[in-house]
Design a protein around this ligand. Structure first.
Ligand code: GLC
Length: 732
């Protein structure tokens, strides 16, 4: 018996040990969510759903670890959470390329040699291409370079609406129309995020001027907010799945954007279902309580030291401990930050990126080429014939001024920057005698002007390269422009240059409209190039000498004078006593000029080509319930291959509520060989007819008559057709 018993003891002992081992193992695995691949904890198992992994980490985090997620630990990072293999999270500007590293605890450049980057054209230029495929190519460059530089979040694209020509950051944003802005930023964001880098929709919302940007309170009605200023952000969230949003510096309806319950909790998170994080702009956070309950998830750049003094650091932690702030509120913030990290694969070995590749350079050049807008071209002054242009006077500071390292947070430390002069010399320096005269500079100089006039008189052709730059009160963050005129007495200079040589083509740098009335009638051709990035000079030479047929269209209205512009006509810029009221409401940009019947200098959507296009045969078909398709033909009837942007506007006929005369609801860029014709098809969802109904808190497509208008610009209407909506529908 004993023996038996002994055996029994041995067997049962083994049994007990086995059971214990199984219990321990399964226990452990339950706690850690074990995976078939051995004992990986759930949160680390990349094959598991991200939400489950996030919840798993959260369930294990300490209060300190959660707090570490919601505030910075340097100028452009938040702390690692080593216990879970979460590395330090690096963020970087900006919309046009990956900014050089600074600090880490100051704005002083870090002085590295491995943080050069590709500079793409400014976003206003990307918008001027009207080519959403290029927005994809653009975002891919940003994403690949950001991943190579170890960044998890890229702080762009900016998507504030151009309400005034004077906003110092107009160059960073895609223009005045929410539909065009949306099409550009959605593809840009999708492409960046496809590279395992999070994009950032900024600056949420109505940070539409730099004047008093840190204090101004913006007031506007609900339809204006919904139909104009929120639209691009809504598209970024609901169509592109943007993973981060940056709150603006300003107040909205009396509350800081960084702690605005209506904007951040009610609209962005509850109504739109945003799962990512709201970060503050740098030093744009104002209180612990306001940030905790107002929807802020990540505090960046607060000018205090050490980081424990941040509003969402010790004060938040202590408030949770004391019960002033519910743990559930901190958990939501932590969950959002973890979600952003895991969707950016922060815990996984990141595949290498790429920097300044031939593809990146090609993308920079192609975006630049397609961004240029040929505003005027009398008697085919352009393109210049390289074989017949024996001497060229290149005049203007912008022919040689390096722009890359300017503008504020969007500045880039570039590998190279091809200036207009360099591009022209590379293209025709072997065939033409090229002279250069500065013409003007920051310091006024009659001698510079006289030299320029002399150079003009001695050349076959003049290429004048002027406009604005990234100096203070032109196109630069923190300040607005003081007027819409060309600086440095360029009007006077141009007058004299044209008098000395009528064969003067004008090339303009700038992030928005400029007054040209003084000399426009005297010059045969004007090309708007925005800020064309590091390949800008090559792109410019390609267009000037005909290798490239310009296809850009204005993403903003160019008024004849500032006073014609809505924010200025109504005296609502820059606001008074710290408040700016958007009393022009929905009538921003061409919506104002069309509805008020004011003739602009150049209209929204305007842009010429070296060839000609004809439109024909518009027909509207209802493909399925509520969706209509507009079909028409575009034909290249000119002498050379080219691209045309056909635009579709919806015009309500006698609407019940006041609405803009017409609104852009579709466009297609078609590339046509000479003589070629192409059918264009633009679908129109019911939302294309809708306005926002504040009472119903829904988008209303009301029954009634509308005109579908097809144009080569908002004023160059080629086709139109009437259509009737038979019933009223509402979309939440
Ligand atoms: C700046 C800008 C913002 C930028 C941030 C970090 O003040 O408003 O666009 O991303 O700070 O540089």
């Amino acid at each position: 018996m004993f023996r038996l018993r002994k055996m029994q003891v041995v067997v049962s002992g083994v049994l007990v040990l086995t059971i214990a081992a199984v219990l321990f193992w399964s226990n452990n695995s339950q706690a850690s969510g074990s995976h078939a691949q051995g004992n990986l904890p759930l949160y680390a198992d990349v094959t598991k759903p991200i939400d489950a992994r996030v919840d798993d980490i959260l369930s294990r985090m300490t209060l300190e670890e959660k707090i570490a997620l919601v505030h910075a630990d340097s100028k452009f990072s938040s702390a690692a959470i080593p216990r879970f293999g979460l590395p330090q999270r690096w963020l970087s500007d900006g919309p046009h390329g990956v900014r050089e590293d600074v600090g880490p605890h100051t704005w002083t450049p870090a002085g590295r040699t491995d943080d050069f980057a590709t500079l793409m054209p400014a976003l206003i230029g990307l918008a001027a291409t009207w080519n959403s495929d290029l927005a994809t190519a653009y975002g891919k460059v940003i994403g690949e370079e950001a991943r190579q530089r170890g960044k998890q979040i890229m702080l762009g694209p900016g998507m504030n609406i151009m309400r005034t020509p004077l906003n110092g950051r107009n160059f960073e944003y895609p223009g005045e129309d929410p539909f065009l802005v949306s099409r550009m930023v959605v593809n840009y964001i999708r492409a960046v995020q496809a590279e395992d880098v999070a994009s950032c929709a900024k600056h949420f919302v109505a940070n539409d001027q730099e004047h008093e940007r840190n204090t101004i309170n913006v007031e506007m009605d609900e339809r204006t907010l919904r139909e104009i200023y929120l639209r691009p952000f809504q598209a970024a969230v609901q169509e592109a799945g943007v993973r981060t949003v940056m709150s603006g510096y300003n107040k909205f309806r009396g509350y800081w954007c960084a702690e605005n319950d209506y904007l951040l909790n009610k609209i962005l998170k509850d109504e739109w279902g945003f799962k990512g994080i709201v970060m503050s702009d740098w030093n744009g956070t104002h209180s612990t309580r306001g940030s905790v309950f107002g929807g802020l998830d990540l505090e960046m750049g607060t000018e205090v030291s050490p980081y424990e003094k941040f509003f969402l650091s010790d004060a938040f932690r202590d408030g949770v401990k004391s019960g002033e702030y519910p743990m559930s509120v901190l958990d939501d913030k932590a969950r959002r930050n973890l979600w952003q990290m895991l969707t950016t694969k922060a815990m996984e070995p990141r595949r290498p990126g790429a920097i300044n590749t031939k593809d990146h350079q090609k993308a920079a050049r192609t975006v630049a080429e397609e961004s240029f807008v040929l505003l005027k071209n009398d008697n085919n002054a352009l393109p210049l014939d390289p074989d017949k242009t024996k001497s060229i006077a290149v005049i203007g500071e912008n022919a040689v001024l390096l722009q890359a390292y300017g503008g504020g947070s969007a500045r880039i430390k570039v590998f190279y920057e091809i200036t207009p002069l360099e591009g022209i010399v590379r293209k025709v320096g072997d065939r033409a005698n090229i002279s250069f005269a500065m013409g003007y500079s920051e310091k006024e100089s009659a001698e510079l002007a006289n030299q320029a006039v002399r150079a003009a008189s001695q050349a076959d052709t003049v290429i004048y390269v002027g406009g604005l730059n990234h100096r203070r009160n032109f196109d630069a963050e923190s300040w607005d422009r003081l007027h819409m005129k060309l600086p440095y007495k360029q009007d006077e200079l141009l007058d004299r240059v044209v008098a000395a040589n009528p064969r003067t083509v004008v090339v303009l740098f700038g992030g928005g409209p400029m007054e040209m009335g003084a000399w426009l009638g005297k010059v045969p051709a004007v090309l708007q190039v925005w800020y064309p990035g590091m390949e800008g000079g090559n792109a410019l030479a390609g267009v000037l000498f005909g290798d490239v047929n310009p296809s850009g269209k204005l993403p903003v209205t160019f008024p004849k004078r500032l006073a014609d512009s809505p924010a200025h006509a109504m005296g609502n810029y820059p606001g008074a006593n710290g408040v700016v009221r958007y009393e022009e409401g929905l009538l921003v940009g061409y919506r104002w000029f069309d509805t008020k019947n004011i003739e602009p200098l150049f209209s929204f959507g305007h842009g010429l080509s070296y060839t000609k296009f004809e439109y024909s045969n518009l027909r509207l078909t209802e493909t399925r319930d509520g969706v209509m398709t507009a079909e028409f033909e575009v034909k290249n009837v000119g002498p050379r291959d080219g691209a045309e942007v056909a635009q579709l506007y919806v015009e309500p006929v006698k609407p019940r509520l006041s609405r803009p005369q017409k609104e852009l609801k579709g466009f297609r860029k078609v590339f046509l060989k000479t003589g070629e014709s192409q059918k264009v098809s633009i679908p129109l969802e019911r939302t294309a007819f809708a306005f926002y109904d504040p009472e119903r808190r829904a988008w209303a497509a009301e029954k009634g008559d509308f005109k579908i208008v097809i144009g080569a610009s908002s004023r160059d209407i080629r086709l139109h057709e009437n259509v009737r909506l038979k019933e009223t529908t509402y979309d939440k």
